[in-house]
Design a protein around this ligand. Structure first.
Ligand SMILES: *Cc1c(COP(=O)(O)O)cnc(C)c1O
Length: 301
């Protein structure tokens, strides 16, 4: 079902003569949010075709991909196993809303140290997991593989050809690669990494077949899942004024970056920008618990 792009009206946009629309992929599915739905689509078909009974994947404490995989597994009749980064979580994971949500949808966890987690693509490590859990369909961290990129090529629709710039948040870069592949030659694709990541260029090139893209590297706010009170204030203010909720890990950083670039005259007047809302709103609850502990402002819901 098509979801209409939502136009944003803010005084700064009128002043700079920029039009900004947001593709509300966050509204696509309540549990399998935004791009994670796209990334799983063809992988689920492949797992069924291979007659696999389990899905095994990797993620951290806030992972939208973990929640999406758990829910999709339940929906499509797969057992799900999540290999979770951080063995300190094994005792108190029930205090983590993201992991609790995944567990309620049937996911079984194995908590591993950060060192072990780095082996996530290693054959021996995956074979040991097969010995422990039986055969499984392997979804890499963040769900990025060729089939995931294929799913993300369906984010842009026919009517989106009019936009000059397409913006998207970047974790592993799989979603951006899909958007790059389906953008028109006249369109420029801008990625906003949510983490410090020079390495991302290489990863994106593995999947992207075109050259019409770039990364804005200055809006990671210190790294993955790192936030500042300025970012939280921005997210709350944007929500108040546009009624569009943003998460602090991905979409909040991207929209902050877009607005900052607009303020600094990065775009020509009359530029039409489309920003992809990749979802991630399930992570707000867990983020707010962490913000509260640090005495930082919380995200309004
Ligand atoms: C996972 C995720 C991303 C990043 O997607 P990649 O394909 O890993 O780059 C962006 N936004 C949200 C909300 C996500 O959950």
């Amino acid at each position: 079902m098509p979801i209409e792009n939502q136009n944003v009206t803010l005084p700064i946009l009128a002043k700079k003569q920029i039009s900004l629309a947001i593709k509300r992929e966050d509204l696509r599915h309540p549990q399998i949010s935004g791009n994670k739905y796209r990334k799983l689509k063809y992988n689920l078909e492949e797992a069924k075709a291979k007659k696999e009974h389990s899905l095994l994947t990797f993620g951290g404490a806030f992972s939208n991909h973990i929640v999406a995989t758990a829910y999709a597994g339940k929906l499509h009749g797969f057992k799900t196993i999540g290999i979770i980064r951080g063995d300190e979580l094994s005792d108190n994971w029930k205090a983590n809303p993201t992991l609790l949500r995944a567990a309620k949808n049937g996911m079984q966890f194995k908590f591993v140290s950060r060192d072990d987690y780095r082996n996530k693509e290693n054959h021996d490590f995956l074979n040991r997991l097969k010995a422990e859990f039986g055969n499984f369909y392997h979804l890499p961290e963040g769900g990025t593989n060729t089939l995931a990129v294929k799913g993300c090529e369906e984010i842009l629709e026919y009517g989106d050809a009019d936009f000059d710039i397409i913006c998207c948040s970047v974790g592993t870069g799989g979603t951006l690669a899909g958007i790059i592949n389906s953008a028109k030659p006249s369109q420029e694709v801008l990625g906003f990494p949510a983490l410090k990541g020079e390495f991302l260029m290489e990863d994106i090139r593995k999947f992207a077949v075109r050259e019409n893209w770039g990364l804005q590297l200055d809006y990671h706010f210190g790294g993955y899942a790192k936030v500042t009170s300025a970012l939280i204030h921005f997210i709350n203010d944007f929500h108040d004024k546009t009624h569009i909720p943003l998460d602090a890990i991905y979409t909040g950083k991207m929209i902050f970056g877009i607005m900052d670039l607009i303020k600094n005259n990065h775009f020509q007047p009359k530029t039409k920008i489309l920003a992809i809302h990749t979802g991630g709103l399930q992570g707000i609850e867990g983020m707010n618990l962490r913000l509260k502990m640090k005495n930082l402002p919380e995200i309004h819901v």
